[in-house]
Write a protein that binds this ligand. Structure first.
Ligand code: THU
Length: 158
């Protein structure tokens, strides 16, 4: 797990952060006013994005990460490599990169097991002055997943 500057990212990682920054502005966030953009990189090179979607029944909110994962699934892309995140508040920039919530990490574990990868997370502050790079297993160690249920998910790989 490391904290680096934007220019230390490779070209593909920078493009993924830029995609997260663009989709972040589509956040539907009338309650929190917090903007989150997520961009997934598929193993085939495709980029699929998502933003947070809130609801007047607050608990129904869908985070940007799960929104992107649902979009990837609907697109037919389940073999993933990495996810970039970009966040901002309504009136201020984020000072530190935010990391996926527990529910989103659990979703990332599932897709990581389908993908045969420990999915990389690249999270950027609004001004890109800090970038956190970590893998899902570094954040959520000893996780529960399909393997614990003895379920073979390989037929869902595509
Ligand atoms: N949010 C995300 O989209 N991703 C996260 O990992 C954390 C939180 C959203 C949910 C809600 O719309 C807002 O940020 C404040 O919690």
């Amino acid at each position: 797990m490391k904290l680096i500057s934007f220019d230390r990212l490779n070209e593909g990682e920078r493009a993924l952060v830029e995609a997260a920054e663009r989709v972040r502005e589509n956040a539907y966030n009338p309650y929190s006013h917090f903007y989150v953009g997520a961009a997934l990189l598929g193993q085939d090179g495709r980029i699929i994005t998502g933003a947070n979607v809130e609801n007047a029944s607050y608990g129904l909110t869908i985070c940007a990460e799960r929104s992107a994962l649902a979009a990837a699934n609907a697109t037919g892309v389940r073999m993933l490599e990495s996810i970039a995140l970009s966040t901002r508040a309504e009136e201020s920039d984020t000072e530190e990169p935010t990391m996926p919530c527990g529910a989103c990490l659990q979703f990332l574990v599932e897709f990581g097991q389908i993908s045969g990868r420990d999915i990389q997370i690249v999270s950027a502050t609004t001004r890109r002055d800090q970038i956190r790079v970590a893998t899902v297993s570094e954040i959520l160690t000893l996780s529960f997943g399909p393997k614990d249920l003895g379920v073979d998910i390989t037929r869902y790989q595509r």
